[in-house]
Design a protein around this ligand. Structure first.
Ligand SMILES: CC(C)(COP(=O)(O)OP(=O)(O)OC[C@H]1O[C@@H](n2cnc3c(N)ncnc32)[C@H](O)[C@@H]1OP(=O)(O)O)[C@@H](O)C(=O)NCCC(=O)NCCS
Length: 162
């Protein structure tokens, strides 16, 4: 499959937070913990202002500048935990791998994650992306990823090694 043309942006207006709220609420069934919907934009603004532990948040858009989904990385003191969701109208377009590659690229190092064993798509894509299962309980796998690969670090040095 061709690599999709997607681009990342930071959150800079209320519409961005509304898009995140809508997509988050549409994805609660896929999360590994029971989470409640955020009922209003004000609630989503509170999440943005009060997020602790600190999070880095990206909005992902397509070439028409349409909101496709969001990614968060939460600082866990020495490693990060990712979360992403694709807006319902953009699912099934082959974007999921791009999201996983993106958060691995921007992570500062090792990652910890969780997956629902019942979410076959995510389990397969996570395995392909190098996530390792280190334990499981009640239908949830606990995962480790080392972060960017040696090859990716090599790409960083390439211009100076020519
Ligand atoms: C899970 C999720 C990320 C998948 O995204 P998507 O856009 O539907 O998936 P893609 O179109 O990129 O497809 C990825 C793979 O899944 C397969 N797939 C997608 N929808 C499928 C379906 N309904 N049935 C079977 N396979 C499916 C695709 O064929 C593709 O596999 P392939 O490229 O090896 O052939 C998306 O549904 C989502 O955001 N869900 C809610 C939040 C979530 O689960 N986040 C991840 C955990 S934090």
């Amino acid at each position: 499959m061709k690599r999709p043309h997607l681009c990342e942006f930071t959150v800079h207006c209320a519409e961005d937070l509304e898009d995140i709220r809508r997509t988050y609420n549409a994805s609660l069934d896929s999360m590994t913990k029971p989470l409640r919907p955020v009922e209003s934009l004000a609630g989503q603004v509170d999440w943005w202002l009060d997020a602790y532990p600190p999070k880095r948040v990206w909005i992902i858009r397509d070439m028409e500048y349409a909101f496709v989904g969001f990614v968060t990385l939460t600082d866990r003191h020495g490693f990060e935990t990712p979360l992403f969701a694709i807006a319902p109208e953009h699912r099934g377009k082959g974007y999921a791998r791009w999201f996983i590659e993106f958060y691995i690229m921007v992570a500062y190092g090792a990652l910890a994650g969780e997956q629902l064993q019942s979410n076959e798509i995510i389990c397969r894509l996570n395995k392909e992306a190098g996530w390792e299962i280190i334990g499981s309980k009640d239908g949830v796998d606990f995962l480790y990823h080392p972060g960017r690969s040696r090859e990716q670090i090599n790409d960083y040095f390439q211009p100076r090694m020519k």
